[in-house]
Design a protein around this ligand. Sequence first.
Ligand code: GAR
Length: 190
Amino acid sequence: MIKNIVIFASGEGSNTQKIIDYFRSSEKVNISLIVSNKASANVLNRAKNNTIPTLVLDRDLFYKGNTLIEELKSMQTDLIVLAGFLWMIPEQLIKAFPNKIINIHPSLLPKFGGKGMYGTNVHKAVIASNEKESGITIHIVNEQYDEGKIIAQHACSISENETAESLGEKIHKLEYEYFPKAIEFFLSEK
Ligand code: GAR
């Protein structure tokens, strides 16, 4: 049976684009909805250009109500993919989808995870700590930020004159290559 994934993203959505492209003609995986907390996020344009339904979250409803959970359940959602989503996932959503929410983080967790650690902030912190390598982590989401079971990690080296920007590019390359495949593999195990 075809598996339905819902992507949550807050910004540019370049990872979302790669996921859309990867599963475009798949008979196994369907992207049923793209959710954002930000009405102006470019990821919503990407969804529209690919005729994928969108939903913009209302903060109060996201944290208090059951509406979203009911909607995701009624759509037979098999997996929720966080691709650069910056709001903390409420406990009731995690409980409603146990082991069915995965996140990508732009560092080798447990290093450089936790609150405030997203996007360029992560790369700046990695460089400031004189790390020799960084990378990406794909993990299951639990109630603690960036602490769920790790599904996959991929590393890259940091050169001597690395900047947050150049490291960000390296990280994105890893994400584009490995995130869609990790989603496919995770779904195939279910
Ligand atoms: C990605 O690099 C992702 O790893 C990161 O946000 C970026 C989104 O880029 N996520 C986090 O930092 C989560 N803590 P994109 O919108 O171009 O896909």
